[in-house]
Design a protein around this ligand. Structure first.
Ligand code: PEP
Ligand code: MG
Length: 325
């Protein structure tokens, strides 16, 4: 199987009926970079910058942050990289930064909330990103955005940092794209306000599902109680995809769903064409795409969205089998 995936490395992911799907990979540490060439991913759809902080004993200095981001961009070459700003809190704790535990950390002061409350931290990170991407394209997105105002404030910080760098005569990125992660269900009903402010969005299905179904993603006792392959989850994803299509907003999926062939099959049937998967999922997802008749998959998906069942996994499996996956 491994050899089969190796063969697919340089094959673009195109469905049987000719739709090009971009398959990217998720990364977080320098050691992940070799996966780019090994898997043939077309870029990094999610670079989790907090990993560098999590393996350190103290706050990584500006120079260390800049060096890592440069390394990532160098390794990616012409392939796009989307950096996600610090997502700590929740299940990711940094003793040197935020020692106090919260009662309900998944809903606590995590991710962009911490970034906005402690702007020096986010500012330093943005400065490192802008400097690492001098003369190149910078794509940066913010985790756990729950309100439009949070995104507006975070984006303003990017603008201010760019202005700061410009005044000092620094070379800026050739192009800077700023996006939001869609992980909080609240945003689903404010996409009309959010999307015009973003250059792109990426759906973090791990957290989005956790919050939609009120089931802790780290708690095995509730992990099997709901299925992302269910009408409410699929309809939510479809709605985001449709609103993004209507507003011409590039949208990707970067949760674990994107790295599982059946789940990814459902995602492309919903119209997503950019998937960012863990490295181990890139080959299997590519193989699925290469053997899928997308029009048939979309037709097959329609009645499932209207189903009253709590899971349509079985139906999707039959559909995928029928389409010869
Ligand atoms: C997600 O929530 O789906 C996501 C991609 O981010 P993380 O898994 O790092 O929370
Ligand atoms: Mg998340």
């Amino acid at each position: 199987q491994r050899a089969e995936f190796d063969q697919l490395r340089d094959t673009p992911a195109i469905t049987l009926d000719g739709t090009r799907i971009m398959v990217l990979t998720n990364a977080g540490l320098a050691v992940d970079l070799e996966n780019l060439d090994m898997t043939g991913a077309e870029g990094i759809g999610l670079f989790r910058t907090e990993f560098q902080f999590m393996v350190a004993d103290e706050l990584p200095k500006l120079t260390a942050q800049t060096a890592l981001y440069k390394l990532v961009l160098d390794a990616a070459g012409n392939r796009p990289v989307t950096f996600r700003t610090l997502d700590i809190g929740g299940d990711k704790i940094l003793p040197y930064l935020e020692p106090e535990r919260e009662e309900n950390p998944a809903m606590g002061r995590r991710a962009i909330r911490l970034g906005l409350d402690r702007p020096a931290l986010l500012r330093m990170q943005l400065r490192a990103l802008l400097s690492a991407a001098a003369g190149r394209e910078l794509r940066v997105m913010f985790p756990m955005i729950a309100t439009v105002e949070e995104f507006r404030r975070a984006r303003e910080m990017v603008d201010r940092e760019m202005e700061w760098a410009r005044r000092r005569g620094r070379t800026l990125p050739r192009l800077t794209r700023v996006g939001a992660m869609i992980e909080c269900p609240s945003l689903l009903w404010h996409l009309d306000a959010l999307l015009p402010l973003t250059d792109f969005v990426s759906i973090g299905t791990n957290d989005l599902m956790q919050y939609m179904f009120a089931a802790d993603r780290t708690n095995p006792r509730v992990a099997d109680r709901y299925d992302p392959l269910s009408p409410p989850a699929l309809r939510a994803l479809l709605e985001i995809r449709e609103k993004c299509t209507d507003t011409n907003t590039p949208v990707s999926i970067c949760g674990e769903l994107a790295g599982k062939p059946l789940e990814a099959f459902a995602l492309i049937a919903l119209g997503f064409d950019r998937l960012s998967a863990p490295a181990s999922g890139v080959g299997p997802v590519k193989r699925m795409i290469l053997s899928t008749d997308l029009k048939a998959a979309r037709r097959g998906m329609e009645p499932l969205l209207a189903s009253s069942a709590s899971s349509v996994r079985g139906e999707l499996e039959s559909l995928a089998r029928k389409l010869n996956l």
